[in-house]
Design a protein around this ligand. Structure first.
Ligand SMILES: [Ca+2]
Ligand SMILES: [Ca+2]
Ligand SMILES: [Ca+2]
Length: 175
């Protein structure tokens, strides 16, 4: 009887612990969209890409007109970011900036309309070397960042993002 009680307590502890860690993990990265756009901005950081070549306004995309909307992703802490992968509408230019404090942003990557192999619809583009979506012009030196801003700068006025992901390395306090 006593042993079974202990086991139940242990199970309860594990369930609560996993729920706590799960919620902390889920809360780590957040995004805020500014301006007028379609669909929930959380689609940009939900881990899900469209198929390449899918329509720019499909249900996995956040899409908009004009170049005023922008999206700011908060990584939840400062990380070393050596590369990124994103999926945007193939025929526009997009800009990615980074920041430590969320106020002063520095240009990180310019995504050009003529990058990538996709001629119509959504195109996945990676700054990391050695994969099928690698775009050499997107490579950058690792940066220290907590906030990432992404927005369209030029194109056919129909803009779309389905996903952006980063490699996030913990920043060591040792020198
Ligand atoms: Ca997504
Ligand atoms: Ca591609
Ligand atoms: Ca477009």
């Amino acid at each position: 009887m006593k042993k079974s009680c202990t086991v139940k307590l242990l199970i309860l502890f594990v369930v609560v612990f996993v729920a706590f860690v799960g919620s902390a993990w889920a809360a780590e990265i957040s995004i805020k969209g500014n301006g007028t756009f379609n669909n929930n901005e959380k689609l940009i950081i939900d881990g899900d890409f469209s198929e390449q070549g899918a329509a720019w306004d499909n249900e996995k995309c956040v899409w908009w007109n004009g170049t005023s909307p922008y999206f700011v992703i908060d990584l939840g802490a400062v990380y070393q970011v050596p590369d990124l992968v994103l999926q945007v509408d193939n025929n526009d230019n997009y800009q990615v900036d980074y920041s430590v404090d969320g106020t002063t942003f520095t240009p990180l990557v310019t995504v050009k309309a003529d990058s990538g192999e996709i001629e119509w619809g959504m195109d996945t583009l990676s700054s990391a070397p050695g994969n099928t979506d690698t775009i050499e012009g997107m490579a950058f030196k690792p940066v220290i960042a907590r906030f990432i801003k992404i927005y369209a700068t030029e194109g056919d006025d129909s803009y779309s993002i389905s996903e952006i992901q980063f490699t996030m390395n913990p920043v060591s306090e040792k020198k």
